[in-house]
Design a protein. Structure first.
Length: 329
């Protein structure tokens, strides 16, 4: 783990970056930038010794009153748009990011959290490589891919122009106890509410679930591989997880039978080719079945059976019954 650094984090109230900010606060000077509409989150960050600074990516206001001597930057904030505001979405994400990079041009490493949504995902089973065609579509939020693709371009350009060592990490699906819990918990809330979960007519949607414990551990590793020109790397869990398998796993852990709704409305996900990530930062540590069990035990302690169905557990060593019981409390 990284120590004694001065770290700037955007999106620090979000699902991905908040656990990183909290973990790094122990041995580093951590600053979080954001609008902090969630005052409780700001207070909780401050209580950990994290400095918070109000910043809106869409504002023209300069960052003059913010120190410049940050050593590491994690840029996780995103304006996903409302699905129609393409112009605003591009402006807010790119201009905010440009100001941030210029301000922190002397940093040792800048990490931009991008997304697998940038890929032109035509084939559900293809393992997307960093060099594959871009141009992702997201019918559920058409502005989102544009936000990420345009900002990736901006980040690559400024990394080169400023000589700022940079990593662009294309995140797959992050989940864990923090925030709303990520995609598994979004789906579980539907299950628990008796609502149907959309799945494809045939086969499954696949993804690489990445537990926030691995996000926290791998963030400094991604800083270590920052370079000029920018390093671009897929960032997902080692395992390929079928969304239908995920629903059934959560069903086994809770006794709540998922209502599968086969049709054309399922939100497509994608799986990554991990070659570059494995070369650069290595494997993940949290297996998805164990990670989902722990996440469920945190978010829905009253609904998780004390002893999950053994058939639904990982064969590997990463399912710790004691963790389950501890988080359950
Ligand atoms: P969240 O939706 O949980 O949080 C979004 C964050 O962005 C908040 O901290 C928010 O802070 C900040 N933010 C939004 N708009 C602005 C703005 N105008 N100015 C400043 N800050 C802003 O996001 P996640 O944590 O889920 O995602 C983090 C990153 O990871 C994003 O870049 C996303 O694209 C990417 N990603 C996430 C995935 C996932 O599974 N979660 C999957 C793939 C990619 P505040 O409201 O305080 O301003």
């Amino acid at each position: 783990m990284i120590h004694g650094k001065k770290i700037l984090i955007t999106g620090g109230t979000g699902q991905v970056a908040r656990p990183v900010a909290e973990a790094l606060a122990a041995g580093n000077e951590v600053w979080c930038l954001g609008r902090f509409a969630d005052r409780d989150a700001r207070k909780a960050l401050a209580e950990l010794g994290i400095r918070t600074h109000v910043w809106d990516m869409g504002d023209d206001a300069p960052l003059d009153d913010l120190p410049r001597d940050f050593t590491h930057v994690l840029h996780s904030a995103v304006h996903r748009g409302d699905g129609t505001d393409f112009d605003d979405t591009v402006r807010i994400n790119t201009t905010g990011t440009a100001r941030l990079m210029r301000h922190c041009a002397g940093a040792e490493a800048f990490l931009y959290v991008s997304s697998g949504v940038v890929y032109n995902r035509a084939d559900r089973t293809h393992r997307y490589r960093e060099t594959d065609p871009l141009g992702g579509q997201a019918p559920w939020l058409p502005t989102y891919p544009i936000a990420k693709i345009s900002t990736e371009g901006l980040v690559r350009g400024l990394a080169a122009a400023l000589g700022l060592p940079t990593t662009i990490a294309r995140l797959n699906v992050a989940y864990g106890p923090h925030g709303h819990g990520g995609l598994p918990m979004i789906l579980f809330r539907r299950m628990a509410g008796g609502l149907p979960c959309a799945v494809p007519r045939e086969g499954q949607n696949l993804c690489n679930l990445l537990h926030t414990d691995d996000v926290v551990r791998q963030t400094p590793l991604l800083w270590d591989v920052a370079s000029v020109p920018a390093t671009v790397v897929n960032w997902g869990g080692d395992e390929e997880v079928g969304i239908t398998d995920l629903l059934r796993h959560m069903g086994a852990l809770t006794g709540i039978e998922p209502k599968l709704d086969p049709g054309d409305l399922s939100r497509e996900t994608a799986v990554f080719d991990h070659t570059r990530r494995l070369e650069l930062i290595g494997r993940c540590e949290v297996g998805w079945r164990a990670g989902v069990a722990r996440t469920l035990a945190h978010h829905a302690p009253d609904l998780v059976r004390q002893a999950p169905d053994p058939a639904a557990q990982d064969p590997g060593p990463d399912l710790h019954a004691s963790d389950l019981v501890q988080e359950h409390r």
